[in-house]
Design a protein around this ligand. Sequence first.
Ligand SMILES: [Ca+2]
Ligand SMILES: [Ca+2]
Ligand SMILES: [Ca+2]
Ligand SMILES: [Ca+2]
Ligand SMILES: [Zn+2]
Length: 345
Amino acid sequence: MPRSRAWRVLVVLATLASLAFAPTAASAAPFNGGGITALAKVFFPNPVVTSGNLALTDRKDADYAALNSQRVTVTLTNLDGSGNLCGAWACVVNQTGKGAFETDGTYYYTRHDDRFEQVMAYYWVTQSQLYLQSLGFGAGGPYQGINDNPQSVRIDQWGVDNSFASDKPKDQMVFGKGGVDDAEDAEVILHEYGHQIHFSQSALFFSSTEAGSISEGFGDYWAADVSEVVAGLQDDPACIADWDSVSYTPGPQHCLRRLDADLTYPDDLNGRVHHDGEIWSQALWSIRIALGHVQADTAILLAQFGWKGTNMPVLATRTVAAAQNLYGSVAANKVWQAFHDRGIL
Ligand SMILES: [Ca+2]
Ligand SMILES: [Ca+2]
Ligand SMILES: [Ca+2]
Ligand SMILES: [Ca+2]
Ligand SMILES: [Zn+2]
């Protein structure tokens, strides 16, 4: 049976917030996975975050100076040396359109060129995997690997404004081109990677509506989490997909969803997985604030292995137990508090 989860099924109104954006300092901490490397230009994580400019618009995928200047030069790692964007942890597989192919060690494109999105996907998928490994998951670490194989990615001519991840019949991530091309925003790529993490950890992550909501919430959390880990501290990290959402939210600030919606369990559940997921994502974000991302993510990820797809209180209890085993009672109490604040425990 096919299992897939989409990035977005509903237009979600942005939460307005008063913001004082300042361009993020180049405090980059990307992971170096070694192997064959090349240079590339990417959005880091997206041009709204790095410019602080809330007035940027898609302009039908046109190149213009205010966007071109937001590209950051990064190192692609773990490439297979073929010249294609394929390597140990990500592989761009195109159904249509030109695939990026370079033999001079540089993948420099502007966002009008579909190969730009291919580079984005290769880079951010690989960074996600290297971050998992840095926490000890796979690669000789103490814990089982998670999605540690070349993840197929398709940057299609798919016209709709949505993206999805699936594991059956095809293990792939597919990014649409509606509005801002979805893979121009690293936080959309990271959200979909969150589903791939779940596919890898348990066969039952989509066995119920509530399990699906947890996966949507975790995807949003992973988007904000890895966006900050890799690209540095941000003025408003709780805003998800600040760039992709300029096409479908009214502004002035654009966020697909947020990690501080203050919804509670079970009263605010309405059966819509992206909405209900905001309860879960906020709890995870609060754990991260309390413990820091390394401890928070280690506990959150360990609790997800083999989960039976039941409900939020069960997975929350497992997460508290993981924190207790790893870090002791003080940390476990903070995790419990984060879930308690959302009404989950
Ligand atoms: Ca584009
Ligand atoms: Ca889009
Ligand atoms: Ca996978
Ligand atoms: Ca963001
Ligand atoms: Zn999703």
